[in-house]
Ligand binder design. Structure first.
Ligand code: ADP
Length: 448
């Protein structure tokens, strides 16, 4: 097992990894930017090393500085967390070439699954359900027009190297498809250095369904069932829950198993998420694979009892997955609320500044993953998420009630957070009856 892990991240996920390592007897090194000087999580690490100024491009994204810190601190492995360099295959490769184990997939598996066209091809072979659309990238416009005619409009043009919702174009007819392909190509080239775009059916009404999977270096892979992340705004997830409510158990088992098969075929080790959209008749279509631990991993931990972060470290060190698929059982229902420093009453304006009030909730089934405390100053440089409230209860109904209690107890000030929005959503019939979709939050916000 590793002796010392360098954490190339910040905030709550850095703290989550420190806690996992501590329980495993592993020391930790946190790198940080000067904007994070004095960050509460740094006190929990064995050592912390400043690697540059506030802007991520000068610190958390500087590969050579992170590697230098790993050398200075005598790390033997590097954990990327999520965001920043976590899905950068070049970084994974530099870690390996510099003699540090990258806690995540091999650069080869990451590149294979990170390229959406290649990922879709492999998914098809693995029996993972994909969207109808072009086989690979669009080469011939007339062929694309024919495919769109066959599958029916609307269609969506997407970038193979895409991420963050960029480089996508919805087309309602042939004219908008032709111009959309050109625009998407240019945008994809500029944003991702890869002009390949592909076409698939556009779903107007869908739920976001994703499968947590984890593999080892010995050819084993299991799934930890699914999460529903349909409560979104601008493609950013707000509330996640596990299991997905109201899904036919047989269909769910098939899609979850197919996700595990996909990462097995990719020779993938570590945690990954296979994301799908689910249509109203419960057909699934793969969106993409996220090749890292995700923000919402704790709800899968809650319902399965598996520590995903610790397992990720174990498999990176070469251990065999400590459980088989038959060992994974679902227990109860869990929800996660992303506590963002944003004002929902003012178009989600970011709220950097001093935390003067911080009264966290407690009681059975409540977990709070946060690096925040009174006196902490939220820097303006990074993501607005200041914590994650995870609630676990025997049933979905009980989980909603427990969540309302916990959100009511939770006091944060003077900065505004997304807590009031969640109190509203938990009373929203579309959510409570699970007849929601990925656009319902935006529709509600417009309607007020
Ligand atoms: P990115 O990597 O840029 O996040 P995704 O493939 O995950 O790209 O898609 C981002 C979002 O765009 C999805 O969560 C969904 O809301 C929307 N989207 C993507 N593809 C489709 C589709 N075929 N039909 C409907 N919505 C889609």
């Amino acid at each position: 097992m590793f002796k010392r892990v360098l954490i190339a991240n910040r905030g709550e996920i850095a703290l989550r990894i420190i806690r996992a390592c501590r329980e495993m007897g592993i020391e930790t090194i946190c790198v940080y930017s000067s904007a994070d000087e004095g960050g509460p999580w740094l006190e929990q690490a064995t050592q912390s090393i400043c690697i540059g100024p506030g802007p991520s491009k000068d610190s958390y994204l500087r590969i050579e500085r992170i590697i230098a810190a790993a050398e200075v601190g005598h790390a033997d492995a590097i954990h990327p967390g999520y965001g920043f360099l976590s899905e950068n295959a070049h970084f994974a490769e530099v870690c390996r070439d510099s003699g540090f184990e990258f806690i995540g997939p091999s650069p080869e598996a990451m590149s294979l699954l990170g390229d959406k066209v290649n990922c879709k091809r492999l998914a098809k072979q693995a029996g993972t359900p994909i969207f109808p659309g072009t086989e690979g990238g669009i080469e011939d416009m007339d062929e694309a027009v024919q495919v769109a005619k066959d599958i029916g409009y609307p269609v969506i043009v997407k970038a193979s190297g895409g991420g963050g919702g960029r480089g996508m174009r919805i087309a309602q007819d042939e004219a908008s498809l032709r111009s959309g392909v050109e625009q998407a190509r240019q945008e994809a080239q500029a944003a991702f250095g890869n002009p390949v775009v592909y076409l698939e059916k556009y779903l107007e009404f869908a739920r976001h369904f994703e499968v947590q999977v984890i593999g080892d270096k010995h050819g084993n892979a299991v799934h930890l069932y699914e999460r529903d992340c349909s409560s979104q705004r601008r493609h950013q997830k707000l509330i996640e829950e596990a299991p997905a409510p109201g899904v036919d158990p047989a269909k769910r088992d098939v899609v979850c198993s197919s996700a595990a098969e996909l990462i097995r075929r990719a020779k993938y080790s570590g945690a990954a998420t296979v994301e799908f959209l689910m249509d109203p008749t419960q057909h699934f279509f793969m969106l993409e694979v996220n090749t890292r631990v995700q923000v919402e991993h704790p709800i899968s931990e809650a319902i399965t009892g598996v520590d995903i972060v610790q397992t990720g470290i174990r498999v990176a060190a070469g251990e065999v997955l400590p459980y088989t698929q038959a060992d994974i059982k679902v227990n109860g229902h869990a929800m996660e609320f992303r506590i963002n420093a944003e004002d929902p009453a003012r178009n989600f304006m970011p709220q950097a500044g001093l935390i003067e009030t911080w009264v966290p909730p407690g009681g059975p089934g409540i977990r709070l993953d946060s690096h925040v405390r009174v006196g902490y100053r939220v820097p303006p440089n990074y993501d607005s998420m200041i914590g994650k409230l995870i609630v676990h209860a025997p049933t979905r109904e009980a989980c909603i009630r427990r969540s309302l209690g916990a959100l009511g107890e939770f006091k944060v000030g003077p900065i505004k957070t997304t807590i009031p929005l969640y109190q509203r959503l938990l009373n929203e019939p579309m959510f409570t009856s699970a007849s929601h979709d990925i656009k319902y939050v935006e529709r509600l916000l417009v309607a007020k």
